[in-house]
Design a protein around this ligand. Sequence first.
Ligand SMILES: NC(=O)c1ccc[n+]([C@@H]2O[C@H](COP(=O)([O-])OP(=O)(O)OC[C@H]3O[C@@H](n4cnc5c(N)ncnc54)[C@H](O)[C@@H]3O)[C@@H](O)[C@H]2O)c1
Ligand SMILES: N/C(=C\C=C\C=O)C(=O)O
Length: 487
Amino acid sequence: MAGRGGLLMLENFIGGKFLPCSSYLDSYDPSTGEVYCHVPNSGKEEVEAAVEAARAAFPGWSSRSPQERSQVLQRLADLLEQSLEELAQAESKDQGKTITLARTMDIPRAVHNFRFFASSILHHTSECTQMDHLGCLHYTVRAPVGIAALISPWNLPLYLLTWKIAPAIAAGNTVIAKPSELTSVTAWMMCRLLEKAGVPPGVVNIVFGTGPRVGEALVSHPEVPLISFTGSQPTAERITQLSAPHCKKLSLELGGKNPAVIFEDANLAECIPTTVRSSFANQGEICLCTSRIFVQRSIYSEFLKRFVEAARMWKVGIPSDPSADMGALISKAHLEKVRSYIKKARMEGAQILCGEGVDKLNLPPRNQAGYFMLPTVITDVKDESCCMKEEIFGPVTCVVPFDSEEEVIQRANNVKYGLAATVWSGNVGRVHRVAKKLQSGLVWTNCWLIRELNLPFGGMKSSGVGREGAKDSYEFFTEVKTITVKH
Ligand SMILES: NC(=O)c1ccc[n+]([C@@H]2O[C@H](COP(=O)([O-])OP(=O)(O)OC[C@H]3O[C@@H](n4cnc5c(N)ncnc54)[C@H](O)[C@@H]3O)[C@@H](O)[C@H]2O)c1
Ligand SMILES: N/C(=C\C=C\C=O)C(=O)O
């Protein structure tokens, strides 16, 4: 919808209706640094309205059969798929990611999220045990919990939001979603498809705005008993504090400082391009991106030379350029934060082998004020450096040598996070051994980011609490009850 100055103006979606808000936030195009959209700056009032709508819709939606809900999800998937190109263009413009990534990963995965949970909801079974000596049979039943708060970040906007909406509504909950205020457009576009898909009013409500204002009103609302959050560790801490007095159910998917462990028998022809991708895909703004690369000393020099050559080949371009490998970072503040890590690394005596401050960006004049940065490789950096300890969440990766298997496991585990690791080796025994010892919710060996949605996704240590996936999301979005029958 066109608003002030012809700019796109979003509205909240509550009870099946688009509703204007009393105040709005500016949203920037990361590739130019210009305001291109206005996003509702919602607060308590909008959360109250959304809670009312979600409460009213719950009895009807939760009493539908899984088959009926599944059909609605399938229709929504079809409608999203029919709008794939339009959604991909919007995601790329709003987030700064390349159009190619939005077309091949973000939007197809959002479609798949609905198809996947439409199917998986049909296949859950419950438990049953017998106590014949007491004449008892015990079984479990599961029921939707109620109104779910779903809070998502800016890096994979529709991908991550639908990864929460789909399992929550498939299980019979009604939801209030709050996308990141930095990337709200595709969530708003999806709302236009809900009625046609057959989603009843009030089942999916979306309130846009900032974390401190609308996010906090949502997570502290007493009638919202569960919160599924994906974002940073400091925000998770705040949400945990706010929800604690109400004993809410929490699922927290947080940051990472993900290691790649590369042994001397790795297939470098596969390992190098994949590790470049795992370091720099989506501008390094994926919680699963590699940011510490440990390379066995015997191949260290060769790896470094070939890795830097390959990183330099990655094309940074405007998001709409189909040949670009990387687009713009999300915001000016984030670009400055990422750059500050390079400055600190230099001050500590590390070497920057390519990228920021070493090579030159080549951008059209219109994009000179965009938030672009080159893929950057740091070496000669100590394990204690903030670049090796803290999540940077940008196109920056550190490469360091190691000598033994035992040593690298200890060093890879020596951070507060534990989300995703990769291990590269031709020795199958070593691959299993190392994968088991890494403190990481996910380990990809000789590959990266191959997703099996049936299995648990999530992190250990400060990377999160709980898991998402077919069975895990179902368990999170339902409440279990054990029933004993004496016969
Ligand atoms: N583990 C995963 O699956 C996963 C996936 C993607 C991103 N992430 C992490 O997300 C972070 C980047 O995303 P971000 O910068 O948007 O994170 P963020 O924590 O700043 O924001 C995430 C969401 O929380 C909201 N929020 C912020 N403060 C809030 C508050 N006080 N109360 C309620 N809601 C609040 C934001 O508006 C946004 O919608 C990185 O740390 C990244 O690793 C993790
Ligand atoms: N949740 C998933 C990915 C998270 C990426 C973080 O940036 C997923 O693939 O299901």
